[in-house]
Write a protein that binds this ligand. Structure first.
Ligand SMILES: [Zn+2]
Length: 129
């Protein structure tokens, strides 16, 4: 896997490890549309897989947020053991998941309802801690 893609995926996978029992497998793939400036891989598990890719032209924070967003989509759609609101918003745990955005040049999990930055991507804490 491309080092840049691996680095972009690492924080969100760390968050998954810390908050879920089931971590998707990330593996190399050769998409037909795997472009030299857009390294791609697959995230998968027992119930399916999807592609993730980042743009080399983006800055690091944007790549991390983008990778987090794509992995989050996979987790919500495919991981049966994951809540459909992963990662849950601590301010509104029943309502919506957090969203990955770049805030002050850092990829962060943000409450989409005005609750602000909850944690940097890769910095989520375990449930109940
Ligand atoms: Zn919220």
């Amino acid at each position: 896997m491309h080092d840049v893609l691996r680095a972009a995926l690492e924080p969100v996978l760390r968050d998954l490890r810390r908050t879920q029992t089931e971590e998707p497998v990330v593996y190399d793939s050769s998409w037909a549309n795997d472009l030299p400036d857009q390294p791609a891989a697959m995230v998968g598990g027992p119930t399916g897989a999807r592609g993730v890719s980042v743009l080399l032209a983006d800055d690091e924070a944007t790549r991390v947020a983008s990778a987090a967003d794509q992995v989050q989509e996979y987790v919500i759609e495919s991981l049966l053991t994951a809540p459909t609101n992963w990662p849950p918003c601590p301010h509104h745990p029943e309502t919506h998941p957090l969203e990955a955005h770049v805030v002050d040049d850092v990829a962060a999990w943000v409450c989409p309802r005005g609750g602000g930055v909850v944690a940097p991507v890769g910095g989520l804490s375990s449930p109940g801690t």
